[in-house]
Write a protein that binds this ligand. Structure first.
Ligand SMILES: [Zn+2]
Length: 256
């Protein structure tokens, strides 16, 4: 039997599938002078870095923007939105040499908050960001207004973009559980979990300035505490020295 025609057919079929399902690749990104100005004016974390670290930040940001699709759903996204999404991604990984978000292809920006079914126009509108699971795997959804607010001057210790990317780091070991195994030294898991539980107890006893949303579960605690760590490291070091130290080790960054 001549299998050659079948082979050709198979190759065509494979090629067709490839072209139908391939991810739209964006070209490698280079930050423009305008981009850097936007960073400086809108991202305090970047502005506080020394020249060397700024360069590292810019390289990681360009790499991220070249790799990840950022789309607006029901909203126009601006160049600043792209920079803010990228900054949210880079801030938690600045201390890691080669790490990248392999579990992410697309970030969708919704105009306001949205509910669990991603209906942003009606129903309960209370979610500011989420990392997709199941059929939404590889996607992150962010509220455009929450993203912008997080980098605004009045955001305090909250930053939705950073929060969601920390969930993604947490998820990279297969479990979104507040224990980012890939970034922890052997033997640190137990002390870390113990400290999370102590800090959660303090929030429950009204003895903490950490956002009470953190008591939802360990994953939320880790994401909320990380927002605080990156947004106001001095204050965290002062009020929660052990937690500051733990996060500093996990992220490989000394910020205060
Ligand atoms: Zn969360």
């Amino acid at each position: 039997m001549n299998i050659y025609p079948y082979f050709i057919l198979l190759v065509f079929f494979a090629l067709a599938l490839y072209f139908i399902f391939r991810k739209r690749k964006t070209s490698p990104s280079i930050l423009t002078v305008e981009d850097k100005k936007m960073l400086l004016a809108n991202v305090d974390f970047y502005a506080a870095l020394d020249t060397d670290k700024r360069k590292t930040f810019e390289d990681k940001l360009a790499h991220f923007l070249g790799k990840i699709n950022i789309e607006g759903i029901g909203t126009e996204i601006t160049p600043l939105d792209r920079i803010l999404v990228g900054a949210s991604a880079v801030i938690p990984i600045l201390g890691f040499d080669d790490w990248e978000y392999r579990n992410l292809g697309t970030v969708l920006l919704y105009p306001g908050t949205f509910n669990k079914d991603f209906q942003f126009a009606e129903g309960e509108r209370n979610i500011m960001g989420m990392v997709g699971d199941g059929y939404m795997n590889g996607q992150m959804i962010l509220s455009q207004s929450a993203l912008r607010h997080g980098f605004g001057k009045s955001a305090g210790r909250e930053n939705t973009g950073i929060h969601e990317f920390v969930h993604l780091l947490d998820k990279s070991d297969g479990a979104t559980d507040g224990v980012p195994q890939n970034f922890m030294k052997h033997g640190y898991t137990i002390p870390w979990v113990k400290m999370m539980h102590q800090e959660i107890q303090k929030i429950e006893d009204n003895q903490s300035d950490i956002n009470p949303y953190a008591i939802t579960n360990e994953a939320e605690f880790f994401a909320v505490a990380s927002e605080y760590f990156f947004e106001n490291p001095e204050r965290m070091k002062d009020r929660h020295p052990a937690l500051y130290d733990g996060l500093s080790k996990i992220f490989g960054q000394k910020l205060a």
